[in-house]
Design a protein around this ligand. Structure first.
Ligand SMILES: [Zn+2]
Length: 411
């Protein structure tokens, strides 16, 4: 059956916003968009503005049961990583069950904030039940981690299995994530990129995140070396020095799609590669995580000015207070008021969907696309709808599910 909704404002993202539009939905997909009220039986939602469901390009849902970020604010990054490793070791024997609980919890939290898609870094063991009954589409990017070549090779095999796993939910698609330059060797980055190309998987890698990472690559020294030594993982030949983040980004150009996660510290050579491969490369800025570590101003404005695609992520609750992607948008809006609001909307919808390889189903409102939307209560006579949305908080609606399923409370 076709369901029709007459909304106050429709932000399709693919075109200019439409005031007073009717959206028709069938079998969970949008089938038509019309201006004005041509259908008397349409559900009246004229005090609402809708846009595509938000796409959180980067998170780690296994940390979603944390009440507060790990460590302390402005803690040196390698020390925080040590806290993360310790937290993971604190899981009991039923690691997979506890992790599944945290992931499901994280998906519920995401949905409550209007998020319809997450780029989730997955670690093994992973239960099928982790993604059960979720309204949120999960791009499950298997983490490949390990400086030891044998262990890393094993992870590549697991990533290929993960890429072909027959999930019972249609809302799960695979991806791959070589973790970071201090935990994987370049050969594994290359193999991950090849797997990404072969299976058309989105890839994500933490890059240019901290000055300590740059020091380890350039000189083979610093707090990351100490951390790896303390873990018994440091081998001098793995970090001979003279290496730059831009080399990793260059290697990622052989992937199908690659997310450069963070990019807090990228030199000109990195920007050049990012500009050369806009069809493949995207930077994911995680604003509140960036703020938690007190990094200097993120180069988002320069990147956007250079035509580099930048999207937003919450990262995990190990470094962010919650999984509210809209709070990240608000953070950027306050920190960088010159970035047009329309561009912020595009970053958390169409551009993020592209980076995750989902541009044919998510990120815009047009015929053929998923009918899950982010809805804002804006009132029936809103003088500045974008400003009201930016000050508000969206909720996730599945327009395919019918009126009773929509949470219409405005409080
Ligand atoms: Zn991350």
């Amino acid at each position: 059956m076709i369901r029709r909704y007459r909304v106050g404002w429709l932000f399709t993202i693919s075109g200019t916003p439409i005031q007073d539009a009717t959206v028709s939905v069938e079998d969970g997909r949008i089938v038509a968009i019309e201006e004005n009220g041509v259908w008397p039986d349409a559900v009246d939602l004229r005090s609402w503005a809708i846009m595509p469901a938000l796409v959180n390009a980067h998170t780690h849902l296994e940390f979603s049961n944390l009440e507060a970020p790990l460590g302390t604010e402005a803690m040196p990054f390698p020390q925080w990583i040590t806290e993360v490793v310790r937290y993971r070791q604190g899981f009991g024997e039923d690691l997979a069950v506890e992790r599944a609980h945290a992931i499901r919890n994280g998906l519920q939290q995401s949905a409550s904030f209007g998020v319809g898609v997450v780029g989730e870094i997955a670690t093994l063991p992973l239960l099928e039940a982790s993604y059960d009954r979720s309204q949120v589409h999960v791009v499950s990017m298997l983490e490949v981690l390990g400086l030891d070549p044998e262990r890393a090779a094993e992870r590549i095999v697991q990533a290929e299995t993960h890429a072909g796993y027959p999930w019972s939910s249609k809302l799960v698609t695979p991806g791959i994530s070589p973790h970071a330059p201090y935990t994987v060797q370049m050969e594994i980055v290359d193999q991950s990129a090849q797997l990404s190309q072969k299976h058309q998987l989105p890839l994500a890698m933490h890059l240019g995140e901290s000055l300590e990472e740059l020091e380890l690559l350039e000189k083979g020294t610093g707090p990351f070396r100490v951390m790896l030594e303390n873990m018994g993982l440091f081998q001098a030949e793995d970090f001979p020095g003279g290496r730059k983040v831009s080399e990793y980004i260059q290697h990622l150009t052989s992937a199908y799609r690659a997310l450069v996660v963070h990019g807090n510290y990228l030199a000109e050579a990195s920007s050049e590669v990012l500009q050369q491969f806009p069809d493949k490369l995207t930077v994911c800025y995680c604003p509140r995580t960036h703020a938690y570590f007190h990094h200097p101003t993120h180069p988002i404005e320069e990147m956007l000015g250079q035509g580099i695609r930048v999207v937003l992520g919450t990262d995990s609750r190990a470094s962010s207070p919650d999984l509210n992607l809209w709070a990240e948008v608000q953070h950027v809006h306050h920190a960088f008021p010159d970035i047009p609001a329309e561009q912020l909307l595009t970053m958390v919808t169409r551009d993020a969907a592209y980076a995750l390889g989902l541009e044919e189903s998510y990120g815009t409102i047009e015929p053929g696309y998923q009918a899950r939307v982010a809805a804002f209560a804006v009132g029936s006579d809103c003088p500045d709808v974008l400003a009201t949305m930016l000050a508000g908080q969206p909720r996730l609606w599945d327009l395919g599910a019918g009126l009773n399923e929509l949470d219409l409370a405005t409080a």
